[in-house]
Each structure stands twice: as C-alpha cells, then as structure tokens.
Ligand binder design. Structure first.
Ligand code: GUN
Length: 292
C-alpha cells in the first residue's frame, strides 16, 4: 500500500484564501484592517526568519502588521512594557511573541500578560487552561497543533475513537496537540524521551503526530498499516546532490512510512505551511472578537 500524501501547501493555501476573502469583505464594509503585532527579542536567525514570514503573510492576505524588535539584552521590564502597550493599542488585534526568548527573560510572565483576546498564538496560561478542560473552549488554539488537526480533518481521517500517539510533549506542539485530540474524543498516548518500548507504543497508533525533533527517528516498521502520520519535524541533513548541500527531513522516515501508512504529510510541504495559515486565521478571529 502507498499512503495518500496530505498536501499541506494546498490546504494552507485554501485557509489563506478564505482568510483573505473575509479580510477583504470586512475592510470593504468599513471595519478596521485586522492587524498583528510581532515581538522579537534578540537576533536568532531562525526566529527572525519566522517573524518575517508572518509579516509577509499578513501583507499577502490584506492584513496589517507591526513589527517590534528588542535587543537580546532587553530587560524583563522592557518586554513587559511593550506587551502592555500592545494590549492597550486598539489598532492591534493580535500579539505574537516569538519563542524562544533569551534565557534571562521569564517567558511565562510575558505570555500571561498578553490580553486573552489578542493571544493569537494561544500560549497564554488562560487559553491553554481552557484547552485542557472539558466543556471549556479556548479563544485561540496554538497554530502548529491546530494545523495538524486541520490536516487530519480535511483528509477525512476519523479522530473520534482513534488511538492517537503524540511523540513529544513540548508546550508549543506536543502537549496542545494531545489536548486537541482528547477534545475530539481520541484515546491519546503522549510519548517522550523516557517512554519504554517506543516502537511498540507507536505501532498501536491509528493517528501519529511526530514532534520530537529527531531526524527520521520513526521507521516504517513502527507504523500501523493504514495509520495517519503527521510529521511536525523539521531537521536539516547533508545532501550533496542539492545545490545548497542540505535538505529538510522530518521525524519520520518518509520513504519507509509512505509504504505502510494510509495518510502521511511530507517534509517540507506538510505541516510547515499550516502554522502561518492558522496564525492568519487566528488573527482574523481576534479582529472578529474585537470589532464584531
Ligand atoms: N517558536 C516556534 N514555534 C512558534 C510558534 O508557533 N509561535 C511562537 N510565538 N514562537 C514559536
């Protein structure tokens, strides 16, 4: 069997097209332009590149963006003062604080300051707390896990009643992905570096979300035949056949897994494009809450 490849690029494009159409409709009706503020502290090149892509997406979808870049030695007080001023600015609908921040910054204190109605990343303790509780709804769902669930739903994968295994328990992906799956009535196992008999646990999965950051760790014989495999990993490996000398691979050995799975996301072109698409959807949602 060869798996159906889940086309994250096409699904992300359809989300972006829907958001752009709604933004155009709202602005034509005289409503303020949905606007995202990004906060970058320090000079990590990967974080700077992510923030630039987020601003570019805003422009492409007709949304506004305001970028704030603080030096790597900015104080806790400076970062907090910036977040507070963005909370108070009625032109700003969403606030995205790029993570990780430099080690001397208390990330939790910064995230909990973000007004819950502007928390488009869904990382404030209030939004995560609501995600973790039965019968409560967060205002925003973290973008990458939201993208993973969206890909499953768009591909017709049944989540209710499925055995789902989440590989990795990070605050940004693994843990919120597990909470989202529980909320959709999957039976969820969260695995991590100290899980025993990992291949056997993964073999039980009807749905596998791999977000552990280990190059091609999941082998084809770990996959249950017909399973849906969502690969969140973005790992760079050497490839002398490429002009750059490198290429990206996931946490799953794609060539092996594609022969066994029912559905699978490629890397690149699977989960990657979904994160920004869902951030744009969340930013529009923030504008809808603030300017109904
Ligand atoms: N760093 C890695 N992923 C993310 C994300 O989705 N949002 C933010 N703010 N920082 C990140």
């Amino acid at each position: 069997m060869t798996a159906q490849i889940i086309d994250g690029k096409a699904i992300a494009k359809s989300v972006r097209d829907q958001v752009a159409a709604e933004v155009a409709r709202r602005t034509a009706a005289g409503k303020p332009q949905p606007t995202l503020a990004t906060v970058l502290v320090g000079d990590r090149p990967d974080s700077a590149a992510y923030v630039t892509s987020k601003q570019k997406a805003c422009a492409e979808l007709g949304m506004g963006s305001v970028s704030h870049h603080l030096p790597g030695d900015a104080s806790q007080q400076q970062v907090e003062a910036l977040v507070k001023s963005l909370n108070d600015d009625p032109k700003i609908n969403g606030i995205l604080v790029q993570l990780p921040m430099p080690g001397h910054i208390d990330e939790e204190r910064v995230l909990q300051l973000i007004n819950i109605e502007k928390d488009v990343d869904g990382f404030s303790p209030l939004n995560i707390g609501r995600l973790a509780q039965k019968g409560r709804e967060p205002l925003f769902v973290p973008c990458t896990p939201y993208g993973c669930i969206y890909l499953l739903e768009q591909s017709g994968v049944k989540i209710e009643g499925a055995n789902a295994v989440v590989l990795g328990r990070s605050n940004i992906v693994g843990m919120p992905a597990a909470l989202l799956l529980i909320g959709r009535n999957a039976t969820v196992t969260v695995c991590h570096s100290r899980t025993r008999d990992l291949p056997d646990v993964v073999r039980q999965a009807d749905i596998l979300i791999a977000a552990i950051g280990r190059t091609e760790m999941v082998r084809g014989d770990w996959i249950k035949p017909g399973a849906a495999v969502i690969d969140v990993g973005i790992n760079e490996i050497a490839d002398p056949t490429k002009k750059s000398g490198r290429r990206l691979v996931g946490d799953v050995n794609f060539a092996e897994a594609v022969e066994v799975a029912g559905h699978i996301t490629p890397v690149p072109g699977g989960v990657g494009p979904m994160t920004i698409a869902m951030l744009m959807k969340n930013t529009l949602h923030a504008a809808e809450i603030q300017n109904p």
